[in-house]
Structure formats: structure tokens, C-alpha cells
Ligand binder design. Structure first.
Ligand code: HEC
Length: 146
């Protein structure tokens, strides 16, 4: 009744529907605890090496290089995805060496930026695959507990 061929076709058809809608939906949020403390620590070291010279050691911005903490950066990416921010950094930064770091290094630096902006850590490292990060909504950090 179910020939091998029709079964394969059905499975592929289900995946085509399920996998595409999965990839396009933002199923989680940056406020859900999407990086680990250890990853942010690694990112802090890479940030000091590759980014601090322009953006400042405390991410406050220097001259042309904008602050990477606070209302401006959060506003710039509010409503987009973590993948958008990751790709912005990966493809254009460091300004003098775009795409010069590994995906893991960019993910760790992004984890450090999230921590610096008051997002909470969680049990798993931030992914370094853009297609996963695209499923994560970017929005302001949850207000600190009173
Ligand atoms: C040589 C100086 C320089 C270095 C090094 C550098 N940046 Fe930048 N960055 C800039 C400048 C200037 C801008 C604003 C102009 C632009 O967007 O190209 C910017 C913009 C940005 C933005 C966009 C901010 C916003 O609000 O939209 C992000 C995010 C960013 N940088 C992250 C990083 C990270 C992370 C690193 C390290 C991997 C880094 N930058 C290294 C100079 C630098």
C-alpha cells in the first residue's frame, strides 16, 4: 500500500512544509537566556582585542564608532532578529577587517554584548549559525527585577 517511493515523497513533503515554516518563524527571543556566562567571558577577551580600540573598552563608543550598549543599539535592532545583529557584525566588523574572525568568535562577542546590555545568561551557548539566530527575536532586555 505504501510503496517506498510514495513514503519518501511524503516525508520530503512534510519536511518541506515543516522545515520552511520553522526556519522563517521567530520561535524564541533574545530575553530567553540565549548565551552562557563562560561564552560571554570568552567574548569579552575577543572584544578587547578586536573591537575595543574603536568602540571603547566599556562599549561606550569613541568618536565615529557608536556605543554598543544602551538605547541606541537596542533601538537599532529592536524588532529584527539576533541573526540580523550577528550578520551586521560578522560581515562589517571589525571595520578594518570585516569577516576577519571565526563564527564562534563573533558569537562569543555577541554574547558579551548581550551580557553588557543586561540580557540574562542561560544554559547553552549562543549558536553561531545564522539560520538558527534568525529564529530569535531581538527586543529590549526584560526590566530588572525591583
Ligand atoms: C576600526 C574601528 C572599528 C572596529 C575595530 C570595530 N568597529 Fe564596529 N563600528 C565602527 C564604526 C565607525 C561604526 C559606525 C559606522 C558603520 O556602521 O560602519 C561601527 C558600527 C558598529 C555596529 C552597529 C551599531 C548600531 O547601533 O547599529 C556594531 C554592532 C559594531 N560596530 C560592532 C563591532 C564589533 C562587535 C567589533 C569587533 C568585532 C567592531 N564593531 C569593531 C568602527 C569599528
Amino acid at each position: 500500500m505504501f510503496g517506498r517511493k510514495s513514503w519518501t515523497a511524503t516525508a520530503a513533503g512534510l519536511c518541506a512544509i515543516g522545515c520552511i515554516s520553522w526556519a522563517q518563524e521567530t520561535t524564541s527571543s533574545v530575553v530567553d537566556g540565549v548565551y552562557t556566562e563562560a561564552q560571554a567571558m570568552r567574548g569579552a577577551a575577543s572584544f578587547q582585542q578586536s573591537c575595543a580600540i574603536c568602540h571603547g573598552p566599556s562599549l561606550g563608543g569613541v568618536g565615529e564608532a557608536p556605543a554598543l550598549v544602551g538605547a541606541q543599539i537596542i533601538g537599532d535592532f529592536n524588532g529584527l532578529t539576533v541573526g540580523d545583529l550577528f550578520e551586521r557584525i560578522r560581515t562589517t566588523m571589525p571595520l578594518n577587517n570585516p569577516s576577519g574572525l571565526t563564527r564562534d568568535e563573533y558569537a562569543a562577542i555577541l554574547a558579551f554584548m548581550l551580557k553588557s546590555n543586561g540580557y540574562k545568561a542561560g544554559p547553552r551557548d549562543l549558536y553561531s549559525r545564522t539560520e538558527f539566530l534568525n529564529t530569535m527575536r531581538f527586543e529590549p532586555p526584560a526590566a530588572a527585577a525591583p
